[in-house]
Design a protein around this ligand. Sequence first.
Ligand SMILES: C[S@@+](CC[C@H](N)C(=O)[O-])C[C@H]1O[C@@H](n2cnc3c(N)ncnc32)[C@H](O)[C@@H]1O
Length: 240
Amino acid sequence: MADFISLPFYDLVHENGHVPGIREKLPPILAGVKRSILEIGAGTGLITTSLAEWTSAEIFALEPSAGMRGVLLSRLTARPELLKRVTVLPYDALSLDLDEPVEAMVMINVLYALEPGYRRRLWPVLAGRLEPGGLLVFTWRGGDAPAPHPLEKLDSHQVGRHTYSVFAEILETDAEALKCRYLYQVTQGDKVIDEEEIIGHAYRPRWETLQGELVGAGFVQADAPEGLLAWRLARGPESP
Ligand SMILES: C[S@@+](CC[C@H](N)C(=O)[O-])C[C@H]1O[C@@H](n2cnc3c(N)ncnc32)[C@H](O)[C@@H]1O
């Protein structure tokens, strides 16, 4: 699993990163979902609590990283009313094990972390755990992969006397993968207090690749705003 996350930085960077856009675009797609939602790669729960606010559905928040899950559970603990409705699943998406199929699945900013072979095996697993006609929504962006570039600052936040900064470098690219280097730095003035470097791959499947995989697993594309893809399961997993 590729992952560029530095846990202490996660909410600081993402609460005002991709999250506001997702909070704007996702509710209309989920209108009508009432029974159950599986969130794959729930992270620290930035989207999980919003899902619980937008719908009355039972939520299954799947998150393999113990660190991310710890923050998610802290977030839920601060909202006791949600503890009754959100079940946290402590494993990866291919290990999915639910008592009954869910009505909708949401996967925000997770696709990049899935190696192609893992991703291809995932769609049939999800199809097998989704109600017939159920909804699968995830983030995806088309277009060419960004070209390699040297380290550049992406973001910076003040926390008391310290500054939390994120830098990224693209080391290599090919058609469907990028090799990236992330540097997470905590500084006070010119002094570096803490630093973490993460190098790994991010995957960017092409539209034709993704479409072939999803159609092959029994999904039909539905409308979704820019940056999201929505699919409905066309048939039950046992159908010919
Ligand atoms: C960028 S975070 C996104 C978290 C959350 N969805 C959000 O939007 O804030 C990616 C998350 O996907 C999780 N993840 C990575 N590989 C996964 C897999 N194979 N199955 C499920 N989750 C995975 C990571 O642990 C991480 O929490």
